[in-house]
Write a protein that binds this ligand. Sequence first.
Ligand code: HXC
Length: 287
Amino acid sequence: MPLPKQEYMSDVWKDGIFANKVVFCTGGAGTICSAQVRALVHLGADACIIGRNVEKTEKAATDIATARPAAKVIGIGAVDVRRPDDLATAADRCAKELGGIDFVIAGAAGNFLAPMNQLSPNAFKSVMDIDVLGSYNTVKATLPYLVESAAKHRTSGNAPSPNGTGGRILFVSATLHYAGTPMQTHVMAAKAAVDALSSGVAIEQGPRGVTANVLAPGPIAGTEGMERLARGGEERAATMKMVPLGRWGGVKEIADATVFLFGDAGNFVNGDVLVVDGGAWRTQSTL
Ligand code: HXC
């Protein structure tokens, strides 16, 4: 019997397309990443979400598990993506308890608004370390499992496989560095490096069937970032005017893009950046 349709679900999604797949997601308790994982779980995946805060991460895992009866969702807290050993332990536990790792979302990020001349070197380094080193550590810890998954899900010549998809990495980046954003120099530097990291992984691991892509969300309603950037009604209206589509996006739209990239529809997409921002960055007013 088909599952009831949820508010984060589009008609194009098909029940069970991610059955027997496992997603490993850092920053998984955050608004955007939890919606991405929830969508994959709804469509059949099991999941392991990683976070720094134990209580928040475990609560998010319990909540995501309600997306599908019998879904297995593990929340592993007290993991700092800056520490490779934490991630290696988490990846091994995920594979042991859920049977492998087919998809990775590198979503953990650090951010605050500050002009570059007022940043301490340690403040700059903290964001670089969380975003860049953290993404690298995430790929490094999960790559053996992704290679294994890709081998199961590819035919000769990396052609589409009847077994579905596997061996896919998605980095969550931003558009802040395309045109430049005041008070975000540290994040611009970090996200540019994340984009480059993805390109390197895509060309090196592509021959093994592992793909790497970047998803760059624009202004998304209900996120911590937008709450901080636009608190009042006037600020909200001003930021919406900067978007050619005249509105902020919803987490559902990020979840949909994730389903596209991890599903069969995204089979030949590798080393790419998918911007989901209503065209905002093209107005030079990046959010
Ligand atoms: C200036 C700051 C600061 C601030 C922290 N620091 N907050 N400097 N302005 N608001 C400095 C500290 O003084 C310290 O430097 C250094 O950063 C490290 O701080 P710690 O407290 O030790 O924290 P740490 O555990 O290293 O984590 C750093 C953190 C993190 C980046 C602040 O806690 C964090 O990311 N929090 C927010 C998470 C978040 O917003 N995620 C959503 C991302 S959304 P000194 O020199 O004093 O030692 C996104 C989309 C874009 O990225 C949205 C646009 C806004």
